[in-house]
Design a protein around this ligand. Structure first.
Ligand code: PAF
Length: 275
């Protein structure tokens, strides 16, 4: 596995065949293994699977968890080696951002919804770093998980609107055995919070399986289940259209139930398709 840390090295790196990129912030876990597996499937044996590990300061809101975000460099490197990754791109903050940077990439519609309301500036940070990674590595395709459904939709939109010649591949959410969506932030949860966090998956399924069409009823169902966990603090529960991410009142074939819930200081998100 090749490890590159500078933009110049990445530019000089010549690949014989197409590259499929898995952009990450590190602290790699089994959901990343799945993204890497799908990347390999698309790249083929002769293609290149690249993983970027970069904790992007631009996408953390002030007072967020940027400082405490886990950075297990050695373990991530070993993880990538074992997963058969060909290229690990691991730049520093100084390598990625000039101190007087003044150009950002901003999606102006989808990013106003859901996460955007609770985390202003987050998607500007995501779009900016993803655009930079796309320019630096020039992959043929890039893989994103559906747990971050809004991020996936916004990246697709950026690729379309800015004419990146990159195929975006979506991968279904990976879950722990008890249904909790895999996330690097799960490791912040203490024992009791971790136990109670399983309520998210239960709430999504209870709401989706009830067969209701009214968003209000679906949200109420999900909220009731989540409220059974005393440590859970709901940030939002919304039924939205999968394309526009606008809230909808009546479920139709392309609808999504999206939730964000705090357990202590840890904010977890998850979603399920409806209809
Ligand atoms: O999903 C993530 O881990 C990050 O938002 C991403 C896409 C790597 C950009 O920093």
């Amino acid at each position: 596995m090749k490890i590159l840390t500078t933009v110049a090295e990445a530019r000089a790196h010549r690949r014989a065949h197409g590259q499929v990129l898995v952009p990450t912030m590190g602290a790699l876990h089994k959901a990343h293994a799945e993204l890497i597996r799908v990347a390999r499937e698309h790249a083929g044996r002769d293609g290149e699977v690249a993983v970027s590990v970069f904790v992007n300061p631009l996408q953390f809101e002030p007072g967020g968890d940027y400082e405490r975000y886990p950075r297990p460099e050695k373990a991530d490197e070993e993880f990538c080696r074992k997963a058969g990754v060909d290229l690990l791109f691991r730049p520093s903050v100084a390598e990625m951002y000039a101190e007087n940077r003044s150009v950002f990439v901003e999606e102006s519609s989808l990013s106003k919804m859901l996460e955007g309301k609770s985390r202003p500036g987050h998607f500007r940070g995501v779009c900016t770093v993803v655009a930079k990674l796309f320019h630096i590595l020039e992959p043929e395709a890039a893989v994103f998980g559906e747990k971050d459904f809004q991020q996936l939709a916004i990246v697709r939109c950026m690729v379309r609107d800015l004419n990146f010649r990159i195929n975006i591949i979506a991968v279904p959410t990976m879950r722990e055995d008890d249904g909790l969506a895999c996330s690097s932030r799960n490791q912040y949860l203490n024992g009791e919070e971790r136990k109670q966090a399983t309520v998210l998956f239960k709430a999504l399924h209870a709401a989706a399986d009830a067969g209701k069409k009214s968003a209000q009823e679906i949200v109420a169902l999900a909220r009731n289940v989540i409220n059974q966990a005393p440590l859970a603090q709901v940030d939002y529960i919304e039924v939205v259209d999968t394309e526009s991410l606008e809230p909808i009142e009546v479920v139709r074939p392309s609808s999504l139930l999206a939730i964000a819930v705090f357990f202590g200081k840890t904010r977890l998100i998850d979603n399920i398709r409806l209809g």
